[in-house]
Design a protein around this ligand. Sequence first.
Ligand code: C2G
Length: 141
Amino acid sequence: MKIVITYGTFDLFHVGHLNILKRAKALGDYLIVGLSTDEFNRDAKSKYTVISYEDRKEILESLKFVDLVIPEENWEQKVKDIQEYKVDTFVMGHDWDGKFDELKEYCEVVYLPRTEAISSSDLKKHIASTPHKRFERTETV
Ligand code: C2G
């Protein structure tokens, strides 16, 4: 069984998140998601999540592509996770291209194309400025 792992915040879940999880799962048989805790987001990523860790976890666990969700509490846990879960492939969107190449010592490292023109921060800006207008992914924000 080929085990794949990816990490992220997955706040305000959107199609960019769905696509990376779908593509990651397509690389193996079992997908683990390291989900950034609210504290890790705040303290290490300067991200203030709209949706709580518990609710973000429940959303991910309900997806057919996701087999296991574990907390991501720090930047350093990836090697331990890869060893503990016998991970074959580590996947991230290509906005992280090259940033995790040190993990090549432990497993395959794959950077996949991001979905264009959508991010949780884009959605927050859009909702704040034009709450009654549909967010169109073609628009540049
Ligand atoms: N993503 C994507 N397309 C988008 C938005 C996000 O493919 N339009 C991908 C990102 O590249 C990442 C994953 O979705 O692989 C999760 O994105 P975020 O929730 O923004 O997570 P991030 O802040 O990148 O945290 O240790 C790694 C970090 O936890 C990653």
